[in-house]
Unconditional design. Sequence first.
Length: 272
Amino acid sequence: MSNINQPVLKIENLNKTYMLGKREVNALSELNLIVNKGEFIAIMGPSGSGKTTLLNIIGCIDKPTSGTILIDDVDVGNTPEDKLYKVRRDKMGFVFQTFNLLPYLNARENVELPMEGKTLTKEQRRKRASELLALVGLSGRENHRPQRLSAGEQQRVAIARALANNPAILLADEPTGNLDSKNKQEIMKLLANLNIQQGTTIIMVSHDTDAARHTERMLLLKDGKIVKEKEGLHSAKKNNKCPHCGSTLAVTDDMCPKCKKHIFTADDFYTT
């Protein structure tokens, strides 16, 4: 269950403007968003809707033109760059579509990387990395370099790396984009389990409606604004309730055994 009184991300009246030649482009316009601790949300939208810009601002890679963004009570919009890197390191975990693992390091060493610069001994970093690899199902693969791992395994290493510093938010940018259908399902299942069992707050950007439906909350971004919100399958599973009739559900149910309605239908999400 989400902790409704504990927002980990709070965005108010966020604007981001770029100059394209002499033309002003509003990438984000008066955007408001609250993500509570322990939520698993998906941000969707067509190309040019502002998804990448929003992700970069949440990830402290870019700054807004105006508006407020609080991450774990830190006003990152007004945080100087020489302190912002600590926010990125300590409060954010990044998962990329292309994994971004260093090929000359093995799985454990890749997971250890974000912990360098922290007050941990080498043995503590090694132990933490091994524990995280076990958490994502890669026990016994710690010494394998990326080229000896499948695409799904590489993404598991990337997720373990993102969790290394126990971030306030895990940001996943198209985490299933380079995976086949089987591995896509496995990665979404892993993220869902991390959310339920570890309480990890996850913000995922995706073009994949099928992947997004397995989150708790789906947000549609259009022209720099959130124009639609819809409950995802993961919400029903977390609450063990049918969103249509309120009947009790098993975690494995995709259809309500009582009202016979699907817990989630993609139908007209992109229609506004």
